[in-house]
Structures are given as C-alpha cells and as structure tokens.
Design a protein around this ligand. Structure first.
Ligand code: 26Q
Length: 848
C-alpha cells in the first residue's frame, strides 16, 4: 500500500498549481478569493517545502543506508535570511529550466500574483549577529550542494537580532518576533524531546568515586529540548540536508507537582524560566558578556545536540572507539565548547569508559574555528557562575586541565610561567575563570583561523604558547567563502545571466565551479560587454535608490538622472570601533569641508564637481544595544547626513545615507549596487570579513586596509584592482605604543575635521555631543589608529574619484577582472578544504 500511494514531487506548472491551490484551500482554509500576498507566500512555501521534504527523506534514507562519516556543524547563530527564493533557485523541479523559479513565477502570475511581491512577505530568519552567523548559513548551503552528509545544530530563538529603528538619528532597538505569522519552513518534531539538566550537585556519598571515575550528577532543574527541522536544499542536486534548531520547553512532571500542591506562582516561574532559554539571541558581535543565561543557552544546545548525535551513532552498534570515524563535530568559535566537556561526561559517567580512552575519542572528534584575536571577544566564564550551573562539568574541566598541564610539564619541565599561561583556568582577581578558547584547543585535533593573515596572527599572538606545546601542525587556515547561489544568482540575477551568456553557460553551471569565471577576463576590454556590464550595475543602483527612498519616507535622496556618474560608496556591517565607520564619516566630513572651502574661495560649482565629483556615501549596520561608542558613531553619521543632504550650496554632489535595519535581505539589494565598498578595519583586527567577497563577486571595487581576507582578495584579483591603504598589522603595536608614551600630532586633515565637529557644525544644539569620539582619538591613545591611517585614506579616496570619473572604462575593466578572479571565495572551496583536511568526510551522491 505504501508504494501505491507514494507521495510525488510536483515537476511542472500543473503540478505546482495543484499543490498551491490545495494548500490555500485545505492547509490555510482559504479560497482564491481571499488569498492575499501573505497567503500566497505561505502556500508557495508549503508547496515547495513538500518537494524538499521528499528529497530530504530520500537524502536521510540514503545516508542511513550507506552510513558514511557525518559532519555536525555547531553554531549558536545561523543568519539565514529568507528561504523561499533560495529554495526556488536551488530545487530542481521543472528540469528543462535552469531552476524551478521561472516556472513558479509564471504560475503565480497566472494566478494573479507577482513573485517579487510574494517573496517580500517572508520575514528574514535573523538568528545571528553578523559574519559568524552568515558564514554558518553559507556553509550549510555549500555542504548540501556538495552532497556532504552534514547537519547544522543551533537554537530556535523566538526573537532574532533586534530590528533597528533610527529615531532622531539614534538607534532604537525593537523586538524581532519573526514567528508572528508562523513559519512554513520549520517542521516541529514533537516526538524528539531531549531532557537537559542544570544546577544541582555531584553525589559522592558512596565515598568511592573520584572526579575521574563515573560520577553522579544530581541535577536541580530540568527542561526539555524540542527539535525543529529546517530543510537545506543543495543547488542542482536532490540532496536536502537538515538544520536542527532546539526550542526549550518546561517538563510537565516538574510543574505538575508544584501546581497540585497549590504553589502556582513557582510552577509558572519554572515554566517561564525554561522558555526564556531560547527566547532571545544575544545581540553582541565580537564582545564577550558573561551572563548566566548565555551559558545556559550554550549548555542546553550542546547537551541536546550531542544527545541526538550519540543516539544516531548508537543505532549502528559500533564500538565507541569508532566514533571519530563516524562523526566530525565542528565548533563555530568557542560558543559550543561545552560539547567537548559533555561528550567526555557522557563517555566517562554514563558509558563508563576509562578517562583516557574517552578523552582520545573526544579530541579526535572535535575541531575548532577561531574568528577573532580581540581580547574583549574571547569567552571566559567565572568559575563560581560556571560551577553553580554545571558542577560536574567544572570538575571535568579541572581534570582535563590537570592532565593537559602534566603533558606540558613533561615537555617543558619546571617552566611554571608557561604552565600558568596555558592553563585552562585563569588565575585572576576577583575570580578565577575558564578560558573557553584554551579548552577548545585542548579538546580538538585541529584549530583553524578564517583567513591567512588571521591564521598566522593567532599562532603568533593569542595561541603562541599552544604552538610551542603542540607544534604548528595542529593550527591551520581555511579562508572563508560565501555561497554564489545567494550572493550572485539570487541577489544579482541579471549579472549571473550576463556571466552565463559570456561563458556560454546559459544554465549557469559556473555557480558550482566558480574558478570557471576566469574566462570572463577575455571580455574585460570588449566595449559591448563593458556596456552591458555597466548597465546591470546602473539598474542595481536604481533598485537601491528605491530602497533608500522607501526608508526615507518616500523622499528621493539619490538623483536618478545621474545614477551612472554617482559613485556609490558603501559600508555595511556591524558598527564597531575596530571596523572604523568613524574614519569613513570623518572622510565624508573632510570632503564636505573641502567643497565648502572651494566655494567660499570663489570656485564655481563646476570646478568643485571636477575635484569632488558626485558621490553617495551609504552606511548601514547595527550596534550592540549596550555599545555606547558604536551608537554615537551612528548618530554622527545621521547628523552629518542631515547637514550635508540639505546644503543647497553643494547641490547634489554629495549625499550621505544611513539605511536603517541592515539585514540579509537588504544586503541582497545593497551589495549588487556598489561601485566601491569599504573594508577599512585597523590592520590585524578583522579576522576575515566576508562582505568584502560579496561586493567583489557583484562587480564592486574595494577600498580597504591590509587586513583579513582583503589580503587574499588582492592576491587573487591583482593589486591594480583594489584600493589598499594604511598601516600594516606588524606596525600596530608600535603605533599604539607611540600614542601612549610619545606626543603624536594629528594630521592636519583630521585636525580640521575634529575641529568642525567640536565647533558644533553637526550638532548645533549640543556641540559636545560627539566629544567621546574625539577624545578617544585625542586623549585616549587612538587605539584603532584612525589618525595614523587618515591621510592615506583620504588620498586613496581621491584616487578612487579620479579613476571612476575620468577613466570609467578602466574602472569597468577592473570590475570585470575582479569578478573573473573571485572564484576562490566560493564557500564550496571552503567546504572542500574542511572536508579533506579537517573532517575527513566524503560526499554521498544521489543516484541519478
Ligand atoms: C560571545 C559571548 C557572549 C555573547 C556573544 C558572544 C559573541 C557573539 C557573536 C561573540 C562573537 C560573535 C560574532 C563574531 C563574528 O561574527 N566574527 C566574525 O566572523 C566572521 C566569519 O569568520 C569573520 O569574517 C569576521 O572577521 C569576524 O569578525
């Protein structure tokens, strides 16, 4: 019977329409007469999801049958953005088309809907802060595309990263309740519930057990982890992988006892405590805030995920020693490091393995990726807080540390300094702390950085002593990448089409093999091709002008008549002092003052335009809610925008825009519209950056420092095609020292800018408003070296103007050559490197 009723995928227009109407009429209980765009979005998603689930089932069955080694990607953030457009592009229905998207578009049109409008109804799944979360999203796309048997594990936050409003120039955070209208992409697995325990104590009343032998952890609080699954479709393959996110819910037994005894308040409190675990994403990016609830989130997620992984492993009845042959667990930063301790606990306490046998299994299973060298971002937990929440885990960490330090002592006898430097426990006042990065290193067989420069830096700075202990083979590099499906095809369909034509690849197979783009170089000098290339860019800029108009109460800021000769200069990323949006806006102020000065000294507006041609300086990004300086930078940008945009004297030569609520779906509009983007972090601070790759893949040029992946982008695309400036990372220490101990002069360009800010040009009602920003440079040691890089930044910006406005063909040529050589930065290449050098896993291809 089962076979007779086999559920089939829809494969053509008819099939889709049948599904669509079925979902409207039965799942949503509506009719075509009251089906609005939102309902059309839901029905389209449910229809496409049906296909994905069929492929998902087949994929999982195939993997179970072949039983290969699997990868588990543990990330506390998955910044997925919207799912529908991506699923339409990736899924294979209607095999005569390159994708099923055109077919669905046509169907919807006939049903009276516009696909673009329908797509916009989907809220972003914004379960991440920035780079690290989006990297996880790109990686699971590439793993599915390459048929790697891989699952992602994360948390199903009810509230993603806050929505940003700008009120009177200030950031205001509002909650992002993304599940308001339900979520057609998630499959609630109520049958998969994992109990997770917190608090309590370790029972040694038998008088025999030591911390190294099986121990009894008597937990104090128990919650349940419920699984929610999200299908992850690969491009041009029927592989559909799984992203499993956990939601916390209260156990019933527990409440019931209290409830029955009339203790209503406490029973409700416990319920709410449980639910609060997965309520919110912490909105910090690159900043460690030691809150108990955050540690609770981490353990909840690690315990549930490991339990799930182990359950699957146990079904194969293999001995424990084979776990590392069957399972690779990747730690996305230190956030999941508790999984290392939890596996050791399961093996020793529950499975009764010998400590050392267990530990060699653990270390062969895990690998750790580091994403920062900045001290303030490194995770540390006070042992008081830690031991209260996870008493048994703290004991295990002490024992891990004990054996590790013995090993070190054996290699470097009597080097007590070294021992205290590498200890997992930091001895510091007021309290000792667990250093999570050290625990992750000790608990893994490989540690990687995310760009060459960064991977070298971690070996020379924060992990130097570990290179001494383990040798350098344990430390490696995997340069980040991005998925070209979302960041080229989905974000910039017209460019993908043009490239497909140029490469004689109308089905766009290059999206699976990005190094093929090198063929584009042949067209770099072709005037016809340059014209077509420029036209795509101009159209993208018009679309961004629409977005800017929408977010500016319907008032146009960008002059559409001059779209082609307005240089769009964009910096969109989290607001952080190290990323130096302050330097960018100082540069804008410098330009504005210079223009005003020319006018004052009698130049005509034409003369001004010659020196300072049309430019739109566009910003976007969120600040952590508690990050005072970052919020002040946002306010300064908005204050400058207000003055500059309203200044009739400079006509429309300079515009400043802050786009509120930068997120993945806005990035898909903003990035394809850039002529120039800014990646100007203080050298040595940005581990990689990934938007730099996205901008180049979309034909934008970069102004940037010698930092993160900018270095390798330069190597790939050629130094003629990127505008680099500023001090190198090897000089940062000395420059900082000079600021602290020697008298350093401000460069005149910057002095002038700071003076104008101090005089209240941009805050007439409160001239002191931006004083903290100025003081950080003038009085507090200029930690981010704005004054050291400002002159070369301004000079490089002038070079940019010159090339863009006087050698436009050369500019377009640079743009084409850049895209031709950006193939290396496909996340498909990253996943191949991880698979071969760290995970030791192979693809499981579907039968064709
Ligand atoms: C830590 C403790 C408590 C609460 C929050 C956090 C936390 C949260 C998010 C710490 C760090 C992050 C995110 C870091 C991040 O996004 N790093 C970026 O990772 C990218 C991908 O590798 C790199 O390209 C960027 O250079 C890096 O900044």
């Amino acid at each position: 019977i089962w076979n007779k009723h086999q559920v089939k995928k829809f494969e053509d227009k008819e099939g889709f329409e049948g599904r669509f109407i079925g979902h409207v009429e039965t799942t949503l209980a509506r009719s075509l007469y009251n089906c609005d765009d939102l309902a059309a979005y839901e029905s389209t998603s449910l229809s496409v999801r049906d296909n994905l689930i069929i492929d998902w089932n087949n994929t999982q069955q195939r993997i179970t049958a072949r039983d290969p080694k699997r990868v588990y990607y543990l990330s506390l953030e998955f910044l997925m953005g919207r799912a529908l457009d991506n699923a339409l592009i990736n899924s294979q229905a209607g095999s005569d088309e390159p994708t099923s998207r055109p077919m669905v578009e046509k169907s919807l049109d006939e049903l009276g809907f516009n696909l673009e409008d329908v797509l916009k109804k989907e809220p972003d799944a914004a379960l991440g802060n920035g780079g690290l979360g989006r990297l996880a999203a790109c990686f699971i796309d590439s793993m599915a595309t390459q048929n790697i048997p891989a699952w992602g594990y994360g948390l199903r936050y009810e509230y993603g990263i806050f929505a940003q409003k700008i009120i009177d120039g200030y950031q205001v955070e509002t909650p992002d309740y993304w599940l308001n209208f339900g979520n057609p992409w998630e499959i609630e697995r109520n049958e998969i519930q994992v109990p997770v325990t917190f608090y309590g104590y370790v029972d040694r009343s038998d008088g025999e057990s030591t911390t190294l032998s099986p121990s009894d952890w008597i937990g104090g609080e128990r919650v349940l982890a419920v699984a929610y699954d999200f299908p992850v479709p690969g491009y041009k393959t029927s592989t559909v992988n799984n992203l499993r996110l956990w939601k916390a819910k209260p156990t019933t037994e527990f409440d019931f006892a209290k409830f029955n005894s009339g203790d209503y308040k406490n029973s409700v409190d416990a319920q709410q405590r449980a639910e609060s675990i997965t309520a919110c994403l912490y909105p910090n990016d690159n900043f460690n805030q030691g809150k108990e609830l955050r540690l609770k989130q981490q353990y909840f997620w690690c315990a549930a995920s490991l339990h799930d992984i182990i359950r699957r492993f146990k079904k194969t009845s293999r001995p424990w020693s084979e776990l590392p042959d069957q399972v690779a667990i990747q730690l996305n930063d230190t956030h999941p490091t508790l999984a290392v301790v939890e596996l050791q606990r399961v093996l020793v306490d529950l499975e009764k393995l010998d400590w050392h046998k267990a530990w060699s299994i653990v270390t062969a299973t895990f690998s750790y990726a580091n994403h920062t060298v900045m001290q303030e971002a490194l995770e540390k937990w006070p042992i008081g807080l830690f031991g209260h929440l996870l008493p048994r885990h703290l004991e295990i960490i002490y024992d891990i540390n004990w054996f590790f330090l013995q090993e070190v002592e054996k290699k470097f006898p009597k080097d007590f300094d070294l021992l205290s430097r590498v200890s997992i426990i930091e001895e510091c006042s007021p309290e000792r702390q667990v250093r999570m990065a050290y625990l992750a290193i000790v608990g893994s067989h490989k540690v990687n950085g995310v760009a060459e420069l960064h991977s070298e830096l971690i070996k020379k700075t924060i992990f130097k002593d570990f290179v001494k202990v383990y040798g350098s083979q344990k430390f490696t590099n995997v340069t980040n990448g991005i998925t070209p499906r979302r960041w080229l095809k989905q974000a910039n369909p017209k460019l993908a089409e043009l490239i497909g034509k140029a490469l004689n690849d109308p089905k766009q197979n290059f999206l699976l093999d990005m190094p093929k783009l090198t063929e584009l170089a042949k067209k770099a000098d072709d005037p016809e091709f340059q014209k077509a290339w420029d036209l795509v860019k101009a159209n993208n800029k018009l679309q961004l002008a629409d977005l800017i108009k929408d977010t500016n109460n319907g008032v146009d800021i960008i002059d559409r008549e001059h779209i082609k000769d307005t240089l769009f200069d964009i910096q969109v990323k989290r607001i952080h002092e190290y990323k130096r949006q302050q330097m960018n806006i100082f540069g804008v102020i410098y330009r504005y003052l210079a223009m005003k000065k020319m006018l004052k000294e009698g130049s005509t507006i034409e003369e001004v335009a010659k020196k300072y041609p049309r430019k739109a300086s566009i910003f976007g990004g969120k600040s952590a809610p508690g990050y005072y300086m970052a919020k002040l930078i946002i306010k300064l940008i908005n204050s400058v925008a207000e003055i500059v945009n309203d200044d009739a004297e400079i006509v429309d030569l300079l515009k400043v825009v802050f786009i509120p609520d930068y997120n993945v779906s806005k990035a898909e509009i903003i990035i394809p519209a850039s002529d120039l983007s800014e990646h100007i972090s203080t050298a040595g601070t940005e581990a990689s950056g990934t938007s730099n790759m996205k901008f180049v893949m979309n034909g934008g040029l970069i102004i940037g420092t010698v930092d993160g992946a900018n270095v390798e982008i330069t190597r790939e695309i050629g130094e003629d095609n990127i505008f680099l400036f500023g001090n190198l990372s090897e000089h940062v220490e000395e420059l900082r020292y000079n600021h602290q101990y020697k008298k350093t002069e401000l460069p005149p360009e910057l002095a002038q800018v700071l003076k104008s800010i101090e005089s209240g040009v941009f805050s007439p009602e409160n001239p002191n408003e931006f004083k903290p920003l100025i003081d950080s440079i003038k009085s507090h040691g200029d930690y981010y070296l704005v004054s050291d890089d400002f002159e070369s930044y301004v000079a490089t910006q002038e070079l940019v103007d010159e090339v863009y406005h006087t050698q436009k063909n050369d500019w377009i040529k640079k743009s084409i050559l850049s895209v031709a050589n950006i193939g290396f930065f496909s996340s498909d290449r990253c996943i191949e490197e991880y698979s071969e050098t760290i995970w030791n896993v192979e693809p499981v291809k579907p039968e064709t």
